[in-house]
Ligand binder design. Structure first.
Ligand SMILES: NC(=O)c1ccc[n+]([C@@H]2O[C@H](COP(=O)([O-])OP(=O)(O)OC[C@H]3O[C@@H](n4cnc5c(N)ncnc54)[C@H](O)[C@@H]3O)[C@@H](O)[C@H]2O)c1
Length: 378
């Protein structure tokens, strides 16, 4: 039986009020399709999104965003960074479920995939330093565990599967170049090498698997989250200069794009809500052109708030990554542009630091940085 929704009943139509009317109409048509083809046969009234790695820095604000937008959220996470507290605010929410499990555990992921309509893959050992420090764990999670999980997704009647990748995959490009999605990938770490492999795996499913796969290459994140990561440039520089630490900045002229965690939540929901044919086995850089910054530009933006703070520029760091990214595709095809500038993110974080948040930084380095692990493969 086909059920016709009205625009007044369409959450996606209402929530995307900022988009041009013809695009909202397409989004409405997509929601009608999902209702008839995905939800009704399962007797479900809302989409249930499995957030794999949903208790981390990006997953925590994403959970809040998706719940507020009317999705059911099931989070599967191993809580590798003693980040159990990030789940607590959602426990008891009628539309939230938490599963503490390893993405490499087939039995657990099979159960977690039951009655799920869409999947967002965030889990993994995130960042060059932690994958370099823990190569065995990296192999078990980012290569074997995630490869197995992705292989297990076909044949379940899933709607959309979004794999979160990274602009780090571009590695090192000439200073006058801009990397669009077709730019040659040059992964320079175990982390990025595994991301490229998982992208290839997802994209290899085109015309073979029964779901609509999409890859988003995320810029480097900033912004407040219940799981802050102070091992990321904008937050690290801001906290260091706020706290009077003498900041050492390696290779100050290297470029990187940045994006606020709440903008990432908007980008992911846009992929879930746009018509499948706009995102089907496509790769999008996720971020905005205006947020391409050198490290020096970030130091300058933070230093304006703390003119007495001290820092030094150091040449010849071990991280040679240098990439400026072109975000035209996500803007033109998905109408996505970030709302937050890097400056706004800095102001937001300074406000929290001044109110005494993150004062336990020194005692909780395991929580605030992706640096230490205790992990046993399944
Ligand atoms: N933060 C950034 O700047 C950034 C930039 C580009 C791409 N990304 C991508 O975004 C995603 C999320 O990044 P984040 O910053 O939130 O990282 P994060 O480290 O804060 O979160 C990762 C989460 O995955 C969980 N996890 C790790 N291994 C797991 C396993 N085997 N099974 C189940 N759960 C596991 C961790 O417990 C953690 O909660 C990652 O895929 C990352 O590559 C992040």
């Amino acid at each position: 039986m086909t059920i016709s929704l009205s625009r007044a009943q369409s959450i996606a139509y209402i929530a995307n009020a900022d988009l041009p009317e013809p695009v909202r109409d397409e989004i409405f048509a997509e929601e009608t399709r999902v209702t008839n083809e995905v939800l009704n046969p399962r007797g479900m009234s809302r989409r249930r999104v499995l957030l794999v790695g949903g208790a981390g820095y990006i997953g925590s604000p994403l959970t809040q965003f998706l719940l507020a937008r009317g999705y059911d959220v099931r989070c599967l996470d191993l809580l590798l960074y003693r980040n159990r507290d990030c789940v607590t605010p959602f426990l008891g929410h009628p539309n939230y479920q938490f599963v503490e499990a390893d993405v490499g555990d087939a039995r657990a992921t099979d159960a977690a995939l039951a009655d799920v309509t869409d999947v967002i893959i965030l889990a993994g050992l995130v960042g060059d330093p932690i994958t370099k420090k823990y190569p065995v764990e990296h192999q078990a999670i980012n290569e074997d565990g995630l490869a197995r999980f992705i292989d297990s997704l076909d044949g379940r009647g899933l709607n959309k599967v979004v794999m979160v990748s990274t602009c780090s995959n571009y590695g090192e490009i000439p200073p006058d170049a801009l990397a669009d999605e077709n730019y040659a990938l040059k992964p320079m770490s175990l982390y990025a090498t595994a991301k490229v492999a998982r992208e290839t795996q997802i994209l290899g499913g085109a015309n073979k698997v029964d779901y609509c796969g999409t890859v988003l290459r995320f810029a480097t994140a900033f912004g407040l989250s219940s799981r802050m990561r102070f091992d990321l440039t904008v937050s690290e520089f801001t906290r260091d200069l706020f706290s009077g630490t003498v900041l050492q900045v390696y290779d100050a002229d290297t470029w990187r794009p940045y994006c606020h965690v709440r903008d990432f939540a908007r980008a992911l929901s846009r992929v879930l809500e746009m018509p499948s044919n706009a995102v089907r086995f496509e790769v999008f850089n996720a971020g905005g052109d205006a947020n391409n910054y050198t490290k020096k530009m970030i130091v300058d933006a933070v230093q304006r708030h703390f003119p007495q703070s001290r820092y030094e520029f150091v040449a010849g760091g071990f991280d040679r990554r240098n990439y400026k990214v072109d975000f035209r595709k996500i803007k033109e095809r998905l109408y996505f542009e970030p709302e937050f500038s890097v400056e706004q993110g800095i102001v937001e974080l300074i406000g929290a630091l001044r109110q005494g948040f993150f004062a336990d930084y020194a005692e909780r380095l395991l929580f605030y940085r992706n640096e230490e692990l205790s992990y046993k493969p399944v």
